[in-house]
Design a protein around this ligand. Sequence first.
Ligand SMILES: C[S@@+](CC[C@H](N)C(=O)[O-])C[C@H]1O[C@@H](n2cnc3c(N)ncnc32)[C@H](O)[C@@H]1O
Length: 281
Amino acid sequence: MTTLSPTTNDPNREKILNANRAAHAREGTLYLARHPEQSNFYQTRLRSKALDEFSKMALPGGNLLDLGCGTGYLTLPLLERGFQMTAVDLSPAMIEALAARLPKDKLTDCRLRVEEAGDFLRREEALYDGATLSALLHHLYDYEEVIEAICARLKPGAPLLIYFEPLKDAGHSPAAHKLHRALAALDETVYRLEMRWRGIPLLDEEYVWADYQRRFGGIDFNRLETILKKSGMEILRVEKFCARRYGWASWIANRILKTPNTFSLLARRATPGQRDAGPSG
Ligand SMILES: C[S@@+](CC[C@H](N)C(=O)[O-])C[C@H]1O[C@@H](n2cnc3c(N)ncnc32)[C@H](O)[C@@H]1O
């Protein structure tokens, strides 16, 4: 089991943090334009559905933590839903971009922090009415320790949304996988042409280390499930889907090919009564 230790002998830990600092310093305000896979019509619908479910479970107007908040992909819609937000990110450029997008009437409802996720959780004493992590885990050197630590900062019954993470070992059949790869290649070609046409530089080298968990094929869903259960969480809903740059490609991948490569998960911190009821896994 991992511990949230500030020290490590592995130089990769610092290397990955620096890679993330460098990549996201270049993203800033261009982040969503460069990542249409998060904002196309198909993905926007999935996000609304996930946030609706999450919001129903969180205390209305409660304090939520969005870790690795970026430019506000989940922070902003949650503010609109009336929650008080603490939004934390390693990158000053991403936090600046989020600050610029905050509606004037929400300024006092959102606390912004530039801080490394593990450092923040190590220091933080408050308990939250809910927490979200969108596309963060695959950037971390040790996502297991961050999951354990964030679960410990949730009040009993509070929901946790882990959103948009690459799925390891998705288990496609060989035929479906071929079509999946062909669709991915087409989607990516159109994307690269569009970025060139719009004058948005691509960041390929920057993500070689920043997307650290992709080196291991993504997030091991079974392992994540085990850690969550050990951390006193009840898993309520899992969505496995295919993320593509464009909505049309997402639609084909999800409705026809059914070849997931990404997942989202909704869990809830068990209440003391539930935990007494027996071992959770
Ligand atoms: C792929 S972006 C996702 C941003 C946002 N959550 C979204 O879904 O659009 C990953 C974010 O995690 C942040 N990040 C990476 N490593 C981090 C760390 N160790 N601690 C805190 N934030 C980190 C990056 O700066 C970046 O803003």
